[in-house]
Design a protein around this ligand. Structure first.
Ligand SMILES: *[C@@H]1O[C@H](CO)[C@@H](O)[C@H](O)[C@H]1NC(C)=O
Length: 267
């Protein structure tokens, strides 16, 4: 008999809790909506920093195996070169240089800028909205103020840095006989700095990057081999140069060391 009041009490509690639960749930939902609204519309500027942070270290993290541990206090000039200005710098830049025209790139500078951008980080993609038959907008691939009075000097520094850092650069297709042949030809040379290979057809931006490379190198086909930033020619030419040892000379002149790891050990 004594249990009866307890169960009826429980029953009445359960009946009361239902509307309470509903209220708590709707309050939580409203809270969630308010917080999401705040994050997306009010706190947005801080979120925008994320993609920039991804690109800041640029050349320092190239897709090569030749990376050296670098002093954090003193980044190498190349990684500074490609540093994207922070939001605050960008704002001052807009104020001071907005009326200046952008720096103009000739084709070899454009090729260097595109190569540096693509080699710097695997996630650096040429926007697919560009027209590859026209000169690329410099600010898409250069991480400095392209309207600055010093922009032309910066471009020249990038051209020098990119080809001394990547004396041999290959643009290849992943499952392709000629691409395999050229990769093998280069890999047995054991180059220092190591060659950079971009598997162009595996990239999201293949549709624009391939015609862009063809325009900038007057080539019509892949693989494309750049030695010191200069396109070497067709597969037949590359084979001939290899057989006659001219290829080795070109590569050495561009600053790469053949049998690099052996020579390192010998010293
Ligand atoms: C390149 O030339 C070397 C000789 O210098 C030869 O051994 C090698 O087979 C050649 N590679 C190709 C792919 O023709």
């Amino acid at each position: 008999m004594s249990t009866l009041p307890v169960t009826s009490l429980l029953h009445s509690l359960q009946h009361q809790r239902k509307p309470l639960n509903h209220r708590a749930t709707s309050l939580a939902l409203i809270g969630l909506i308010v917080v999401s609204f705040y994050i997306f519309f009010v706190a947005r500027p801080s979120l925008d920093l994320a993609p920039i942070a991804l690109r800041t270290d640029a050349l320092g993290h190239a897709g090569t195996h030749g990376s050296h541990p670098q002093d954090k206090d003193d980044p190498p000039p190349s990684s500074r070169l490609f540093r994207l200005p922070s939001n605050t710098q960008r704002k001052t830049v807009t104020v001071t240089n907005v009326n200046r025209p952008q720096v103009k790139l000739d084709e070899s500078q454009e090729l260097a800028a595109v190569a540096a951008f693509v080699a710097a980080l695997p996630q650096n993609m040429i926007p697919r909205s560009i027209d590859p038959s026209k000169p690329i907008d410099p600010q898409l691939v250069l991480d400095f103020d392209t309207r600055s009075p010093r922009a032309a000097d910066e471009v020249n520094r990038i051209v020098q840095h990119v080809w001394s850092r990547y004396p041999v650069m290959l643009f290849t297709k992943a499952h392709h006989a000629h691409s395999r042949e050229i990769r093998r030809m280069i890999s047995i040379m054991d180059l220092q700095p190591p060659p950079v290979t971009i598997e162009v057809d595996q990239r999201e931006d293949a549709d624009v990057l391939i015609p862009l490379l063809h325009r900038l190198t007057s080539s019509t086909d892949l693989p494309l081999m750049l030695i010191g930033g200069k396109p070497i020619g067709s597969m037949a030419t590359i084979r001939e140069l290899n057989e006659s040892d001219e290829l080795h000379k070109l590569i050495t002149n561009a600053g790469a060391v053949i049998d690099g790891s052996k020579k390192k050990k010998g010293h």
